[in-house]
Each structure stands twice: as C-alpha cells, then as structure tokens.
Design a protein around this ligand. Sequence first.
Ligand code: ATP
Ligand code: MG
Length: 436
Amino acid sequence: MQIADAGAAYVLATLTAGGYEAYYVGGCVRDAVLARPIKDIDIATSALPDQVMACFKRTAPTGLAHGTVTVILEQGTYEVTTFRKEAQYEGFRRPASVEYISDLTEDLRRRDFTMNAMAMNMAHEVLDPFDGQQDLANGVLRCVGAAEERFGEDALRMLRCIRFASTYGLEVEAQTWQALLEQAPLLRHIAMERVRSELARMVEGPAPGRAVRLLLASRLTAHLKKQLPLPFELWLAHDHALDAVSALTEQQTRWALLLMLLETPAETVRLALQELTFSRADTERIAGVLALREWLAAQLDGGEHAHAAAAASDPALLARVWKIGAVRRGMAAAHALLDVLQALPQPLEVARGELARFQRYAVPLLVRHGRDWLAEMPCASLKELDVTGNEVAEALGRKPGPWMGELLQQLLERAALGELVNRRDDLLQAARDALM
Ligand code: ATP
Ligand code: MG
C-alpha cells in the first residue's frame, strides 16, 4: 500500500526537512489501504500555517480558518492542514474555529470514522491508533470514539455514514448504527445543499439501492431541514426495482428511476428537487423524464391522440404519441425515459389509474420499439426543420407573430411523424394550406 505521487512526497519531505511532522491523512490513506484509486491527497502537519507557507515557493491560503494552506507545485496542488482539534461544535455542525495542536493522534481523533482516521508517513508506514485497518478488514464502518457524541457534534456525519457504508460495501457497526438511529432528528440542522451533495454521491456510487435501504432504515429522510413532499416509504414497496438503479450510467437517469418509484406527480418532484438545491438544468432533466411519462400516459388515456383507454396497447397509436412526446419534451428526455424503463426488470406496478395502464400496456411496447421509433423520425426539433419562421412569414406575405410558433410546431410534428416531407417547398406548401 503506497501513495505514489511525486508532488505529495515532495511536500512531506520538505516539511520533514523543515523540522516538522507531516503525514498523508484521511481518504487517501483509506483508499491506499484498500488498494483503491486515490482521489485527492490530504496532508496533515505539525507546522503552523505560516510555517507551511514559509517552506514552499508557491502557496495559497485556501482555508486558513481551518488551518489549511494549499501548496502549489508543478505536479499539482496539495492541501496541507495543521494538526488541529475542533473547538466547540455549534448547532450540530462542524465549527468555524479550530485550535492547533502538536499531536497527530489528537488530530486523528476528531475524524469521523476509524477508516478515515489513519495516517501514513513518508516511509508508507500506516499510523492507525483507532484500528481502522482492522475494521476495514472486517468490513465494518465505525465512528471514532463515542458514536452518539460524534453524530451529535456534526449531524452530517450520519449521511456520510450511509454514503461510506454503501459506496465501500461496509456494515455499520452496531453501536454506530444505534447512535445514528437516536441522533437522526439532528439532521434538520444540516443545510439542504450539503444533504443533496451526500445523496448525490450515494446515487452515483456503486450501490445506490443499498444506500436507499439504509436511508429508509435510518429514518433520516424524515428529518430533513425542509420536508420534501415525497413518500419515501414507497421505495420499500418497489424494493426489487432499487437494484436496477446501478445499471444506469447517468446520474440523472438514476435519479429519475428512483423518483419514478415514488409515484409522485412530476410537478411535485420538480419542487422537491428544487428544495434539494439541484441546479435548474438537473431539475429539468430529471423531472422532465417523469413529465414525459405522465404526458404519454394522459394522451393514451383519452387525450387528443387517443379514442379509448385501450390505446396504450395499440402500437401504431403508441408510436405516434411517443414521437410527438419526443418532439414536445425533447429527444434527450425520450432517450432517458427509455433508459429508465429498460433498466427495470419488469414494468412497475403502480396504483394511479392512467399510469398503471401505461406501465402495463405501453411500457413493454416502448421497451421493444421505442428506440427504433425515435430513430425513424426524420426530424425532432425546430432546428432540424428545413424552413425557418422568417421564411414562412415571407412566403405567406405575413408579419411574424404568435401564429408563427404554432404553425411551425404543427409542421414540425407532422414532419416528425413522416406525414409531411421535411423539405422547404413541401413545408411552405403545407403552411399555405394550413392558413387557408
Ligand atoms: P471522499 O473524498 O471520498 O469523500 P474523504 O474521506 O477524503 O472521502 P473528505 O470529505 O475529503 O472525505 O474529508 C477528508 C477527511 O476529513 C476524512 O477522511 C475525515 O478524516 C475528515 N472529515 C471529513 N468530513 C468530516 C466530518 N464531517 N467529521 C469528521 N471528520 C471529517
Ligand atoms: Mg477526500
């Protein structure tokens, strides 16, 4: 187990030559012990921030409040943090102020889990006062010290606990888990932004299904700072589907599948994603998949393109509605919806009427033919239409206005369905006919 990074080795050697102690710490040591790829390298030292800055030509005071100086080398940038203790925790979050100390073990003691509380010296010897290696060998995730206190000091650690247990395939040690159950209500002190960031890492990790099960078992979702209008317990009703999530490669489709299981209207899901501080673009991409599914279900259930509920099982009609949906909601949403539907071992059984019929009758057909139907569309967006709004206005001798958008959309949908050739002259003729 080694950390093979010339820049980091140089930082350690330089600090040591300056008469200070310096170690690799935290996640990089854990990942080295597990022989996993190492992401960022954190370094801890007995040198005070000023002393660190004096040791190197180029540094940046990136986190002085926490005792962190970034050392800038040709090989990369390295965060060097002075051994520290955390002063009073306030509001169940980590404190802004710190107290510098001279002892490595004390620095390791403030860390969350034993596997994150190991250090490694220049000679690649592991310093492991809390037996993190033993816990890792046993597949156990355990708090450093009294778990109840540790979660009480910083409630975010409870989410980190579930994230690490799921992404590293560990069992949460019994007392750590007991403490988490007891302290779960403290999660309400943690900003939604940080909650989202942890959830996102669980969802993008190798075992999102396990993360969801742990989240539910912990009841953490009942104690968010902002209550979300989502019936999380439905995840249990669709337990078999949770394992399908990891088959999806994109984060957004993973979220879309997970949220689809909650049988909540797309509009409500959109609000929940906003509360979780997802970016506008991510919110649209995720909720857009659910919105497309809802729209399709409504159309097939006696909407403008259908005559009977049985429409959902009529391939020709389904193909038509599917293509219009792809035009209106975008090709990306259509492909993402197919990704999600195809990831599921069988169509979901849901309670809501029109969605239930959609799931039962339309989904098997979409899973089989949906991609081919998209592929055979001659065009899917206004950009691809062989005529512009101005050209239409000119050809018709009319002033541009709201009529134009509607007309173009009409032309686009007919061209997308193959009812009209996507060629300038044909489109202009169709425009003339439409306005007669
Ligand atoms: P990853 O980068 O994969 O999330 P990591 O362990 O490096 O894992 P970071 O958030 O980068 O996690 O933090 C680096 C180290 O700082 C951790 O290994 C841990 O020792 C300590 N640490 C981070 N957050 C906390 C916290 N909330 N409470 C206690 N210690 C923490
Ligand atoms: Mg890290």
